[in-house]
Every structure is written in structure tokens, then in C-alpha cells.
Design a protein around this ligand. Structure first.
Ligand code: DC
Length: 224
């Protein structure tokens, strides 16, 4: 039987991480872990309870949140204190506030610990912003996906419209640029490519090509 590896996939929003990470996990029969969903869940909690800006309080309350992440029928299911919030965490409002929450160092500490626990036995494809740098710096395969801003904005706008919300591409683009800036300039584990990760530009590749490329890297790592 082949080794159960840890595969880290990082990159900015709309770079194709989720789509390719899910397919890679499916092919390898690995667990898919969407860490962004956890930051989104804390954001939703903060918004609903009017806590935005009260970072210390948010961190305190996050400690006691029971966040459960599962992958069912090809979709991420996330519950907070037993309530399924899988759809609500994808709203435009959460999108607009999640970078502020994920910049809180204490919130990151709590969620990173949970992520390390979930992935420690291997057999996981974990996607996020800091997986190869902070969560699993010794991951067996590290991929950094990227794509041009226009391409990423088109993809996100299409995702919203498929879910019945029409947001102009320009507005999505502004939101992405803003998130990119905050995510990569925050002091606590900013989005950055670790020198030992493999850079994959998805602007002009098909999903199948991205998946093949990642699987090829996994095969190489399996024999190491
Ligand atoms: O992957 P996503 O768009 O669902 O992530 C939502 C936000 O969460 C993103 O703007 C940055 C943050 N995030 C993070 O800081 N670290 C992670 N490991 C995953 C996501």
C-alpha cells in the first residue's frame, strides 16, 4: 500500500485551489480539507453577533466554537455548534469580511491547531493560504496555485451567478484585490509562496491539466 501523504495546496482566491484539490483528493481517496471554510465560519459567527472589530472577544469565543468540517457528496459541509452553515459562509458579506477575521493572530492559532490535528495521520489534501508554510511546513507535496486577477474574478463571478446571485465582475474583482492585499500583507502568516512549493499558474490550464500535474507530483513523492 502506498504511503499516506500530506498534500498542501495554497494560493489566492479564485486560483482554482478548491476545484483541483477536491478532484485530487477524490482520485487518491484522500480526505479533502478546505481550511478557508473554517475562517469563513468564524466570520459568519462574528457578523451575526455584531462582533466585527472586537478581535480579543472574537478570539475568546472562537476557542469555544465547535467547528466540524466534513466532506460529503463532493461538497464541504461545515457546522458550528451543530448548525449547518455550509451555504451561508459563501455569501458576499462573508467574502467581504473574512480577510479581517483571518488576520487575527489568535484566531489563526486556534484554527491552525485544529487543522494540524485533522491532517496529522496523512492521507489529506489540505487547501488554504498557509498550509505549506505554517500548518504543515513538512508536507510531502506543496503546490502554490496562481492565476491572473481577471481570470480569477471571472471564475468567482460565475460561481456566484450559478448560485443565483449576480454580482458585476468589476465588483468581484475589487473584492478579490482587497482580499489579496490583506491576506498577503497581514503580520500573522501572510499568504506567501514557500520556496520549496511548486508554482502552478492556472490562467491557461484546464482543470484536468492542473489535477494531472498535482497527481504527478504526488506519485514522485510516494516513491521518496
Ligand atoms: O479559500 P477561501 O477563499 O474560502 O478563504 C477565505 C479567506 O480565509 C481568505 O480570504 C483568507 C483566509 N484563509 C486564511 O487566511 N488561511 C487559510 N489557511 C485559509 C483561508
Amino acid at each position: 500500500m502506498s504511503k499516506k501523504l500530506i498534500i498542501a495546496i495554497d494560493g489566492p482566491a479564485g486560483s482554482g485551489k478548491s476545484t483541483s484539490a477536491k478532484l485530487v483528493a477524490q482520485k487518491l481517496k484522500y480526505l479533502y480539507i478546505d481550511t478557508g471554510a473554517m475562517y469563513r465560519a468564524v466570520t459568519l459567527f462574528a457578523l451575526r453577533n455584531n462582533l466585527m472589530g472586537q478581535n480579543q472577544l472574537i478570539s475568546e469565543l472562537t476557542k469555544n466554537l465547535d467547528i466540524v468540517l466534513e466532506f460529503i457528496d463532493g461538497e464541504t459541509k461545515i457546522t458550528v455548534n451543530g448548525e449547518d452553515v455550509s451555504n451561508e459562509i459563501r455569501s458576499f458579506e462573508v467574502n467581504s469580511n473574512v480577510s479581517e477575521i483571518s488576520a487575527i493572530a489568535d484566531v489563526r492559532k486556534i484554527l491552525v491547531k485544529k487543522q494540524q490535528e485533522m491532517g496529522k495521520n496523512g492521507g489529506v489534501v489540505m487547501e488554504g493560504r498557509d498550509i505549506g508554510t505554517v500548518v504543515f511546513p513538512n508536507a510531502d507535496v506543496k503546490i502554490f496555485l496562481t492565476a491572473g486577477i481577471d481570470e480569477r474574478a471571472q471564475r468567482r463571478a460565475l460561481e456566484f451567478s450559478e448560485k443565483g446571485t449576480n454580482i458585476p465582475v468589476e465588483k468581484v474583482k475589487e473584492n478579490l484585490k482587497n482580499r489579496d492585499f490583506i491576506d498577503s500583507h497581514r503580520s500573522s502568516s501572510p499568504l506567501t509562496k514557500s520556496p520549496d512549493s511548486i508554482l502552478v499558474d492556472t490562467s491557461n490550464t484546464t482543470i484536468d491539466q492542473q489535477v494531472e500535474l498535482i497527481i504527478a507530483e504526488v506519485k514522485k513523492a510516494e516513491t521518496k
